[in-house]
Ligand binder design. Sequence first.
Ligand code: DON
Length: 304
Amino acid sequence: MDYQLLINEVYHEVQSLQLEGKVANYIPELANLDIRKFGISLVTAKGEVYTIGDADEKFSLQSISKAFTLAMVFASEGEALWKRLGVEPSGNPFNSLAQLEYENGIPRNPFINAGALVITDIIRSKTAKPIDDILRFINKLVNSDTIKINQTIAISEIKNSSRNTALAHFMKSFGNINSPIDELIETYCNQCAIEMTCTELAQAFLLFANYGQNRFNGDQLLTRSQTKRINALMQTCGFYDEAGEFAYTVGLPGKSGVGGGIAAILPGEFSVVVWSPGLNPKGNSAKGMKALELLTTKLGHSVF
Ligand code: DON
């Protein structure tokens, strides 16, 4: 398969559709993103890199960071993790409070904000420098030490975090959060503000395409079974109340973020990242969703 030709075709076809979407504005700094940006990187399991468009520009991971924090915690805690959160799709928006009340402060899954806050709380309970540990984990996946936090975006979210703060307080009232809330929110917002390019993120996501192995140093960070489970969760919960749509149209495990990125993998074959900051009403990149639909359709291959 000529992957360069494939992503070129996808890129130009999506551009011709003039899908715009809207930048996220509940984090004020994200409202400044240029809606015209659009990049794609595809990295094969062996590490061959194919790019087009703005694939070498940094953008903040936002909820895509939740895949890495889940990997860290699943590797250290194993199945014991699931005492504090579930593995079911929520069918609700990513920042919804509704289910938490009647499900006693146990979030449905690790990708909605409530679940991701529990995961970050667990990381905080294991280390004095949680953000350093998260950055080290991601940097190792790209064989680098240059992956950092965009401080302006982190501060912008910290100052506008009423919803996440409410989720955290509510879970704490059920005994499912241990950290002081302001510290937890600070760690979480910093984690979401980690910046990578499409190519760096696709390289890091090879962890999930390569059955839990870091391609650069051969370290087996997750077992094959754990990797299968994280991929299953990305498939069923990675796009919140649009997870069904993503499975139906794209058919790959993936994770989106309100910075406009979507990372997805085909196990054993490749990882692919699309970035375009215009979001659809569910908070997922409008061009990103279409690009990945075209990619698997033209390829004739997906996990289904
Ligand atoms: O917590 C938030 O609201 C953001 N930092 C991340 C949300 C997000 O990316 C949702 N995904 N599409």
